[in-house]
Design a protein around this ligand. Structure first.
Ligand code: HEC
Ligand SMILES: [Cu+2]
Length: 345
């Protein structure tokens, strides 16, 4: 926790500093859509700490006064007029303190309101028109990401949003089932994904890097395992990535489907699409370039060949109630399938 706050407050995005901490970047800003929000975060945090300190001082003073009063019992009857005068004075002071306190609170709260409105206005629109728009559709419990290529075609990936650095990207946010919310703290505030409507937000990353995001609207048993990553790349690298992802899966070298591919068509194609094959299921993520992704199951596990097989066999243990069933395979089938999944680069 201490390391986390220290790293985040220094504003260092160095992976070494924050690596391994889920959503470690929520106190760090990596672009202009989140910068003003972060300033507001820290200002409000400072204000709250200030209020806590004032309350602590008041409590201390009240307790001390109580102790002093009980130590010196009421004045003798002959002194009542002096005591009355003191009470009156005390009451006047108390009223003054209440008035000043109310005024200070009102000014601070109004200041916070003005600050918030200014931040909302500052992040409402990107500095320039977004060159790229991606559609992010929330599903129980993963994210479909749809891109349009410069020549007008479109294709989908899952749970990993790539974007070029230094320019705003518009996110058109939809939901396929229930209400979800999309939040990549380092890049922008959160926006809800609501069935039947499209909400918009924009992201911009000043530097190349990978930032984690998370569903932030409770959407069912696997809500906590509904993360995604935003990968910001220099524009040239991004253009290459887009080209490669737009392509269909590479066919087998001799043209004939392998045993692994056939198995996939029989057991997986009803739910998953692999472009360039007959698999065109829409219930699960597009797997055309599965092996190129960093994580699977919506940011839950590293995308290694062993983990992919583990996921196929035990999805219900790794992500109970997820809409991917456990699929029992013999060791020979598993290795055939694995060999084919490896080719989906
Ligand atoms: C009944 C539909 C269904 C079937 C059949 C199915 N899947 Fe899935 N699969 C899903 C869903 C839904 C997800 C998303 C789960 C999540 O992350 O919550 C998923 C996720 C995955 C992922 C993770 C993808 C990513 O990028 O996160 C892989 C890999 C995968 N499935 C492989 C397979 C393979 C291989 C088969 C066949 C042996 C298969 N699936 C059969 C529905 C299905
Ligand atoms: Cu959720």
């Amino acid at each position: 926790m201490v390391r986390f706050v220290a790293c985040a407050s220094l504003g260092t995005a160095s992976p070494g500093c924050l690596a391994g901490t889920p959503l470690a970047y929520f106190l760090h800003s990596a672009g202009p859509a989140s910068g003003p929000v972060r300033v507001l975060d820290w200002a409000l945090a400072a204000l709250c700490v200030g209020v806590c300190i004032v309350i602590a001082v008041l409590l201390y003073a009240a307790i001390r006064r109580k102790r002093r009063e009980s130590a010196s019992p009421d004045a003798a009857p002959s002194q009542t007029s002096v005591a009355d005068e003191r009470d009156e004075r005390d009451e006047r002071t108390a009223n003054r303190i209440i008035a000043i306190g109310t005024a200070i609170s009102a000014v601070l709260l109004l200041g916070a309101l003005v600050g918030m409105l200014r931040v909302l206005a500052a992040v409402a629109d990107p500095p320039s028109a977004p060159a790229l728009a991606v559609t992010v559709t929330a599903y129980d419990w993963w994210w479909k990401v749809t891109y349009r290529t410069p020549d007008g075609a479109s294709f989908a990936t899952a749970n990993e949003i790539h974007m070029p650095t230094g320019q705003p990207v518009r996110v058109d946010l939809q939901s396929a089932d229930v209400v979800h919310a999309f939040w990549v703290p380092a890049l922008a505030g959160k926006t809800q994904a609501i069935p039947g409507q499209t909400n918009h937000q924009w992201l911009q990353a000043d530097q190349p890097g990978v930032w984690r995001g998370q569903c932030t609207q409770f959407c069912g048993p696997q809500h906590a395992h509904m993360a995604m990553e935003v990968v910001a790349q220099p524009p040239d690298d991004f253009a290459h990535w887009l080209d490669a992802q737009a392509k269909a899966a590479a066919p087998a070298p001799d043209g004939a489907p392998t045993r692994g591919e056939k198995l996939f068509m029989a057991r997986c194609a009803g739910c998953h699409t692999v472009r360039g094959t007959q698999a065109d299921g829409a219930q699960g993520p597009d797997l055309t370039h599965l092996a190129s992704r960093r994580l699977i199951a919506a940011g839950t596990i590293a995308n290694t060949p062993a983990n992919r097989l583990e996921w196929v066999a035990h999805a219900q243990q790794l992500k109970p109630e997820s809409l991917m069933p456990d699929i029992a395979l013999t060791p020979a089938e598993a290795s055939d399938l694995s060999a084919w999944l490896d080719t989906l680069q």
